[in-house]
Structure formats: structure tokens, C-alpha cells
Design a protein around this ligand. Sequence first.
Ligand SMILES: [Zn+2]
Length: 340
Amino acid sequence: MRTGIVTDESFLAHDTGERHPERADRLRAIGQVLDSGAAVDRLVVPARAATAAEIARVHAVEHVERVAATARLSRFAFDADTPACARSFEAARRAVGGLLALVDAVMDGRAANGFAFVRPPGHHAERDRAMGFCLFNNVALAAAHLRAVHGLERVLIVDWDVHHGNGTQHAFYRDPSVLFVSSHQYPFYPGTGSAIEVGRGEGEGFTLNLPFPAGYGDAQYVEAFLRIVEPVARQFAPQFILVSAGFDAHRRDPLAGMEVTEQGFASLARLLLRTAREVCGGRLVAVLEGGYDLEALRRSVAAVLGEMSGAHLDQPVSPPPGEKPDLQQPLEIAKHYWRI
Ligand SMILES: [Zn+2]
């Protein structure tokens, strides 16, 4: 299957400073994987700058203007974690636009699926606030684009980054057309993502959080995705699946305390690709979020791209031996809203 790929020189110019974990070397490491022949059948999708109107589908105009204003400064910090340089706005709007172009390529059939390797990441960015290394919420803007431009009625966002995707959750908290499912270390940064956060109003039941204690690895993640994420996703029957693909739940990651390996990420990807094939013609696009160990990034991205090729799609997904995860709370909540 042809996999659409987005990379762009502008993403490397987003300079976060000497010792920041979210650094350009992350994309250089992924570039080595692409150069070594991963995703052989690939469509390179050029990035473009998203327009202010596109970004305003999720963000306050004042926020877009604030980020744009940083282009006039050599250095700026939105908070202690979230720096910007003069070229960060350009990187951020090309990250959004590259992802939208990739989504378009999958919608019109030029690619079967895709992976956008962008910086800055996006899932912590709130409607009116940059935070957690994130300026614009790439994945939320992709879902809004699918709704507004392609007229889709149901979009699933799965966020397996080790941190809770607070910005994405809040963007669709009252919206039943976008189902947001997040697995994350909890309690942990940014503090949100407990099992009882389920959405509000018409959106109640369309936010599903899987808060995991530190130490969970492949056995627990795969089991949780098989027992909860896959059956809920099947029932929701999305017309497109977006994945906030951070790799900071990897056991090598320096920021978090999870034990997932590249084989675990491959299993999660296969499970979601299998669901996509069943319900939406295989349409799935992943976008890079976190992941701060370069070797873990290289291995995990290679493993996920291997799954996107479709070569292993008919092989079963089963958890490796290990302790069962404690899924009592998320299962009770999921069963309240879904027939699983
Ligand atoms: Zn993260």
C-alpha cells in the first residue's frame, strides 16, 4: 500500500535551544529511517503553509496572531517548556498545512495511508494557548479539516503519546462527531486525562481516556487496545482515523516511565490499520507528537511504517506475555456509552 509521507526543511528551523528535548535531531533521526528505505511504496506530499482561516477552525484568532508575532523576535517563550524562534511560526503553520495536504492525499486516493513527520508537535496546544512544546494543534486541525472540507461526519482520533492530549480533548469535548481516545501515563503532565473526563453535552461519551500507571508496556497496551479501543472504534465506525503518534511511551524515553517497545507500537498500529480497513477503506493518517530518545524514534517509526505497508496486516494482534492491565475504570466508562 502506498504511504504518504510529509517532511519539510522548515520543521528543522524551529529552534528550541541547546538542551530542549523537542529538537530538530528528532526529525533528522527519522530522516535516516526514510533514507534507509522504509516505506518503499511512498508518496512524498509537499508541505504547505496552512492559512490563518484554516488554523482558526480550532484556535482563537488572537492565538494565531500571538504565534505569528513571534516571527519578529529572535527568541520567545510561551511558557517554561515552549520556546519559539523567528522561524517557529513558519514551521508551525507548515506542520499544520503539511498534515492537511496529507489528509487530502489519502481522501482522494493518491495514498492509502500516511505519516506526517512534523515539528512542532501539537496535541497540548489549546484553543488560545501554546503549551507543552506545542504551538498549533495539528491533529485537531486535521479533524476539523476533514469535517469542514471533506464533509465527514465521524472522525476518530487515537492519541498514544505518553502524555494526555489535553488540547485535542478540549477542542472536541462537546462534539460527538470527533471521538477522542487517549492512552497516557497518569497522573503525569499535563494533569488532565482521568477516566471520568468523558465529554459534555452532545459530546458526552465521545471522549475516552485510558489513564495508565507508570510501568505499563506492550502486554498492557495491546490488551487495552484490543479490549477497549478496537471495539469502541468499530462501533463508532469513523470515516477517517487520525493517530497522535508520540513515541515517548517507549522504554528508552528519557521523559516518561512506560515500557513500550517498537514491537508494541507496531501492534497498536496494526490494530488501528485493521480497524481502518474494516470501517473506512483503510484511511488512517498518523502525525508525530512526542518521543525524545533518537534510537527509540528510529526503531518505532520504522516499525509503524512497516505496518503501514500492509505487509503484516493479516497477522493477528495479540499481547505478549505479561501482567494484565487494570482496566476496571475505563472499561466501566466505555461500557456505559458503548456496547462492548
Ligand atoms: Zn508526549
